[in-house]
Design a protein around this ligand. Structure first.
Ligand SMILES: [Zn+2]
Length: 228
């Protein structure tokens, strides 16, 4: 049922560029070809020891981390991600997901990935938005690579007492609470966590910790953009 409502949501959305609002041609999706050339691309899919990986690898035992773009304020990627998260624009999510999929298919150290895990949003937010943007990205990756999406992680209600205590206590109480709602299939050897934007890495760390409780294989990460 959700799948059908998502398809309808996608069909009803006007085919315009998420950045410049120009009508898209039949060959364009999400972001027009003109705007695409101004996206701030990273080199992550060419260099395993990229800056983002080096920033996160000392905090968690990741196999690799890749973002498509550097997140710049008031940029094309910022406008496009805003459309995906807040304007019900699933087309642009599919565009980014398929772009991720094509990059993954061409990256030597990601050839054995055989499961995608979308970072979840709280179910109330998902109901309000109509979809989880990371799930849309995963479906785009899957279209290009046929890697299955494993919707196993869920986000719980935020911790209580978030406004009490000193700054450090408040930060700890805000720790994002994820939970696994099923088992990772035994044939899975390399999981790819998929998120929209990596900012502090705290969300990722919480998801990683939860997945690690039942999975000893390789864990990699891909996101649309990162801010540091
Ligand atoms: Zn455009």
């Amino acid at each position: 049922m959700r799948k059908i409502s998502n398809i309808l949501l996608n069909c009803w959305f006007p085919r315009i560029c998420s950045s410049c609002n120009r009508s898209l041609t039949v060959k364009e999706e999400g972001v027009c070809f003109y705007c695409q050339q101004y996206l701030h691309k990273t080199n992550h899919f060419h260099r395993k020891n990229n800056v983002l990986f080096l920033q996160l690898a000392y905090r968690m035992n990741l196999h690799s981390v890749q973002s498509l773009y550097f997140f710049q304020p008031k940029s094309i990627e910022q406008r496009a991600i805003h459309e995906l998260k807040y304007k019900k624009n699933m087309q642009v999510g599919n565009f980014f997901g398929r772009e991720m999929g094509r990059r993954i298919a061409a990256t030597p150290w990601l050839q054995d990935v055989n499961g995608l895990i979308p970072i979840p949003i709280h179910k109330n937010k998902e109901r309000e938005r109509g979809y989880n943007q990371a799930q849309v990205l995963c479906e785009g990756i899957s279209e290009e690579t046929q890697i299955p999406v494993l919707k196993l992680l869920s986000k719980q209600t935020a911790g209580k007492g978030a406004t009490k205590g000193n700054r450090m206590e408040r930060m700890n109480s805000r720790k994002i609470d994820f939970q696994m709602e099923g088992s990772i299939p035994s044939n899975v050897q390399h999981l790819l966590i998929v998120d929209d934007v990596i900012t502090t890495g705290a969300t990722l760390e919480s998801a990683f910790t939860e997945i690690r409780k039942q999975f000893n294989g390789k864990i990699s990460v891909v996101s649309i953009a990162h801010t540091f």
